[in-house]
Design a protein around this ligand. Structure first.
Ligand SMILES: CC(C)(CO)[C@@H](O)C(=O)NCCC(=O)O
Ligand code: NA
Length: 617
């Protein structure tokens, strides 16, 4: 890039950025030196199970809202219009189901890791497979998260790319390692606030510079950027209401229902009610985050539509262009460019710190502790800290791998969630909703799900058959100096003929990856379970099944329920359910009768004591 066009920072901007890093490190040190001083794994990995719902909910949003979303969503809206905004519809079921299905089951088992569930429900082998899959997912995702803000900033301001990556990674490793989950959650709270402030500042200044709200609206309408509800049922269509609003639910479930980073936050809540409430509180904040980034994309379009941008950016990436827009907008307003950079890095730090801590947790709880059951608490805590910092260093290596890929960062992140998170979701669903599923079925199912997901995912990259239809903008804009083909592409609709056979399979919208691989796991799991001898209902560990059929019956009139349910014994466990479920009382909507006898024998298992206390009436 031409150095004379580079954007520069004032002293105030550097100060703001430094304050963000110092404050995050400070919070880490505070939790290293207060409370139990991070001397037990309970405190380091689970915040002593003492968190209240407000910090937990802000931390829940921060986990998967990284610089990828802050840059990627405006770039998506700028290029393809507002269709992506319908993702907001998926948040309804995508948060209600975790709150009322996954949290009650997982919280009551008093787990330390989500994958411990898989051992209770199936076997040790399933637990290890689930853990390894999760580690793979988070390590790859972490690389994208750390790389994105550094890359974008480098493209526009000439900030040293690898220096930025190094500083982010190291500061984050520091506070995660010394302060444990408490520091991770409280830095998330602070960082979420900075994230919203930065986005808001860009929008307010941007709207002003673009000539006011009505002018922005006129331009985006003229530029055909406001998309209506697209009800096209074709699953290969990249973004429609179905892919975003329905496929997106599976994506949300894999993140908010069974991902260790989130489950760990539910488990760190003081009570189950706090965990459910924090999940509810994610909804408005997530909608706000989505709205802010979509509006930013629209303001950017209003600002740049019709302008020639040759020579301004070397990178052909729309992601880098978002940063260019922001720096251009905030130029001459001391402090604001710094605030936006702080916003980007807050988003990134809060995500990678969650990743480090959750990775340390699963490695400790699922892989190391079972091998060394007699390990002392002090030693286990030391090992957990060493793990958190090693993952920090691994993250830097992964950033380099991301550097070698080349796609829209948003699409890369969501593909990882779908391809690897979808099969994990499938195994949990298989366990919770199908008592007949056995361990062999679960392992085979997980394998099949991953295989199918990678087949379609890699196939789509190889054939490049993604049907990215670009909207025909009414105003002409050129983004690259050397390569003008992309500008030409945007001037007419890219009419592709319908692909057939395998090509059609490869062109499945990436928004369906989660749902598709989840169903593959369930279907394969059930078939294999029936072939190898389904699990008997009385052999299933009590409390690991969600009585889906019976819960659904609760919506039917009482007389119909009585006819369908033959046992009418009240279960005290039901009293601990959120109010919506209380209408099940007095009916057999709980567990199979045998589960109550079974629990007595389980009292030696520490992870289950919550269940047996409640059910031993
Ligand atoms: C994961 C969702 C869909 C949750 O809202 C969103 O935050 C998102 O699009 N995230 C992209 C990945 C990231 O920001 O790292
Ligand atoms: Na984040």
């Amino acid at each position: 890039m031409d150095p004379s066009r580079q954007k520069h920072f004032s002293v105030v901007d550097y100060v703001i950025f430094a304050v963000l890093l110092a404050a995050s490190a400070g919070i880490g040190l505070y939790y290293a030196l207060s409370g139990g001083r991070q001397r037990t794994t309970q405190e380091f990995l689970l915040a002593d199970r003492s968190m209240r719902c407000l910090p937990v909910s802000l931390s829940l949003i921060a986990s998967f809202q990284s610089a990828v979303a802050i840059i990627g969503v405006p770039a998506e809206i700028y290029t393809h219009g507002t269709q992506y905004w319908f993702m907001g519809c998926a948040y309804v079921l995508g948060l209600l189901i975790p709150a009322h299905v996954f949290i009650p089951v997982l919280y009551r088992l008093r787990l330390s890791s989500a994958y411990q569930y898989l051992e209770l429900r199936f076997s040790k082998a399933v637990r290890v497979c689930g853990t390894l899959t999760f580690i793979f997912q988070m390590v790859v995702y972490m690389g994208v998260c750390v790389y994105t803000p550094a890359f974008a900033l480098n493209a526009v301001t000439g900030f040293e790319l690898w220096g930025t990556v190094l500083v982010t990674g190291l500061v984050c490793t520091l506070y995660t390692t010394v302060g444990g989950l408490k520091a991770v959650i409280w830095t998330d709270v602070f960082q979420t606030a900075v994230m919203f402030a930065g986005q808001l500042a860009v929008i307010v200044v941007g709207v002003q510079r673009a000539g006011g709200v009505s002018e922005v609206w006129r331009k985006v309408l003229e530029g055909n950027r406001i998309s209506g509800l697209d009800l096209n049922p074709d699953p290969t269509e990249r973004h429609t209401f179905w892919t975003l609003g329905v496929g997106g639910v599976f994506l949300m479930l894999s993140l908010y229902g069974v991902n260790q980073a989130q489950v760990q936050r539910y488990l760190s809540s003081r009570t189950e009610r706090d965990a459910v409430r924090s999940c509810y509180m994610v909804f408005p904040s997530l909608q706000l985050a989505l709205a802010l980034s979509c509006i930013m994309g629209l303001v950017m379009f209003a600002q740049y539509c019709g302008e020639d941008h040759a020579d301004k950016l070397k990178s052909s990436s729309r992601d880098a262009m978002v940063i260019y827009f922001v720096m251009d907008m905030l130029q001459g307003l001391p402090g604001l460019p710094g605030l936006f950079v702080a916003c980007l890095f807050s988003a990134a730090l809060s995500t990678i710190s969650s990743a480090f801590n959750s990775l340390a947790t699963v490695t400790m709880e699922d892989l190391i502790k079972p091998q060394f059951p007699s390990m002392s608490e002090a030693r286990a805590t030391l090992v957990s800290k060493a793990l958190a910092s090693s993952y920090g260093l691994l993250c830097l290596a992964m950033a380099y791998l991301t550097h070698l890929m080349g796609d829209s960062v948003l699409q890369v992140a969501l593909k990882i969630f779908g391809m690897v998170g979808g099969p994990i979701l499938g195994v949990f669903c298989l366990g919770m909703f199908f008592p007949c599923a056995n361990s062999t079925g679960a392992v085979t199912g997980l394998g099949a799900g991953l295989l199918m997901a990678f087949w379609v995912g890699i196939g789509s990259i190889v054939t490049r058959s993604s049907k990215t239809e670009l909207l025909a903008p009414s105003c002409h804009f050129v983004l690259e100096s050397e390569n003008t083909t992309s500008a030409l592409q945007t001037t007419f609709r890219n009419i592709t003929s319908r692909p057939s056979g395998l090509r059609r399979f490869y062109s499945l919208s990436y928004m369906w990856y989660s749902g598709f691989s989840c169903f593959t796991v369930i279907l394969t799991g059930l078939i294999i379970s029936f072939l190898t001898g389904p699990m008997k209902e009385e052999d299933v560990t009590p409390g690991t099944i969600y009585p889906l059929g019976e819960k659904l019956l609760c919506f039917l009139p009482e007389c119909v329920q009585k006819k369908l349910c033959c046992v009418t014994q009240p279960l005290s466990e039901e009293e601990r359910l959120p109010p919506q479920h209380k209408d099940c009382n007095g009916l057999s909507c709980g567990h199979p009768p045998s589960s109550q006898e079974e629990t007595e024998g389980l009292s030696s298992q520490p992870c289950c004591h919550n269940v047996e206390q409640e059910t031993a009436v």
